[in-house]
Design a protein around this ligand. Structure first.
Ligand SMILES: *[C@@H]1O[C@H](CO)[C@@H](O)[C@H](O)[C@H]1NC(C)=O
Ligand SMILES: *[C@@H]1O[C@H](CO)[C@@H](O)[C@H](O)[C@H]1NC(C)=O
Ligand SMILES: *[C@@H]1O[C@H](CO)[C@@H](O)[C@H](O)[C@H]1NC(C)=O
Ligand SMILES: *[C@@H]1O[C@H](CO)[C@@H](O)[C@H](O)[C@H]1NC(C)=O
Ligand SMILES: *[C@@H]1O[C@H](CO)[C@@H](O)[C@H](O)[C@H]1NC(C)=O
Ligand SMILES: *[C@@H]1O[C@H](CO)[C@@H](O)[C@H](O)[C@H]1NC(C)=O
Length: 244
């Protein structure tokens, strides 16, 4: 194909249009609702999170989800059981305006209160949504594996971190605390269904680049071929829009 370099150029142009985004992890759940903004930038003296003396609480003038590593949410006590050999992760990327495209990362942190979230479990991918307005779509990875060379035991604790990167490079964070369990544990068995694990037809996937460093444990999630073709009119529209 001699259109590869054109394609790369189009991808670069597409990236420029990536805007704000907010996520909710719908399966296996989340630490809590962090779609929350309060206080003013001036009150916080320019910080993303600050202690507000007057009200005796933290304020998040840009919104909680920007705070590393878990969008301003501390470790939760309501852990979800998740298969010890990996399992499903479903999320809604389209909360708040400006999420037409986004880069997605899914990582694992190990332990009760993870020291880091430095274990990627899927190759980063880009999603393209139907509109820049908030949209209800869901994305589901039915079998997210454990990171290469990491083995978990039943009863081990961990945290799944979902990262969504906005057009300016800043990222939104969301987490869910899990406990590894037997895949046939009654709390897991049947908990992943067509109702909570599906891909909305109006959200498409593109790979940004391959990360061989992730290793064999992270199965590549291949976009369906027709997605690439379907993307071309969108890309042309993007360029056209950009020139206007
Ligand atoms: C944990 O509790 C919080 C606060 O009640 C709730 O918002 C959240 O959905 C719960 N998460 C799970 C995974 O049950
Ligand atoms: C904190 O309290 C003050 C006065 O009681 C109020 O005006 C302000 O809006 C409060 N801050 C936030 C973030 O709600
Ligand atoms: C701001 O939001 C945080 C997180 O929800 C909350 O804990 C805090 O009480 C709020 N502060 C004010 C002043 O509204
Ligand atoms: C992250 O934490 C794990 C333990 O959970 C540790 O083995 C690993 O070395 C840490 N990685 C980094 C990059 O700090
Ligand atoms: C959603 O799409 C991704 C990327 O094509 C795919 O890996 C995943 O299996 C799909 N999820 C479902 C539930 O089919
Ligand atoms: C996993 O372990 C094998 C053997 O020790 C090593 O060759 C490989 O580089 C490791 N992979 C990762 C991603 O750390």
């Amino acid at each position: 194909m001699n259109s590869i370099s054109q394609w790369s150029a189009l991808m670069v142009l597409l990236c420029i249009t990536i805007a704000h985004a907010h996520t909710v992890i719908t399966y296996p759940g989340y630490r809590g609702n962090n779609l929350h903004t309060n206080g003013t930038v001036a009150q916080a003296n320019g910080l993303g999170v600050a202690w507000d003396e007057k009200n005796g609480s933290y304020i998040y003038p840009y919104g909680m989800e920007w705070i590393y590593p878990c969008g301003g949410m501390p470790r939760s006590n309501n852990r979800t059981k998740w298969p010890v050999n990996g399992g499903a992760v479903a999320f809604q990327p389209g909360w708040f305006p400006g999420h037409k495209t986004a880069l997605i990362y899914i990582n694992l942190g190990l332990g009760e209160i993870p020291e880091n979230m430095s274990h990627p479990v899927v190759s980063p991918f880009q999603i393209t949504g139907p509109t820049n307005d908030p949209y209800p779509g869901t994305v589901c990875m039915p079998q997210v594996p454990l990171p290469a060379n990491i083995s978990a035991k039943i009863g081990d604790k961990a945290t799944i971190q979902l990262v969504e990167v906005a057009k300016h490079g800043a990222a939104l964070y969301n987490c869910v605390d899990i406990e590894f369990a037997d895949p046939h544990d009654p709390e897991i068995d049947g908990s992943v269904t067509r109702d909570n694990c599906f891909n909305s037809s109006d959200i498409t996937f593109q790979y940004m680049y391959t990360t061989s460093g992730i290793g064999s444990g992270a199965a590549m999630i291949q976009p369906p071929q027709h997605t690439l073709l379907a993307l071309v009119p969108l890309l042309l529209a993007t360029i056209f829009g950009g020139l206007m």
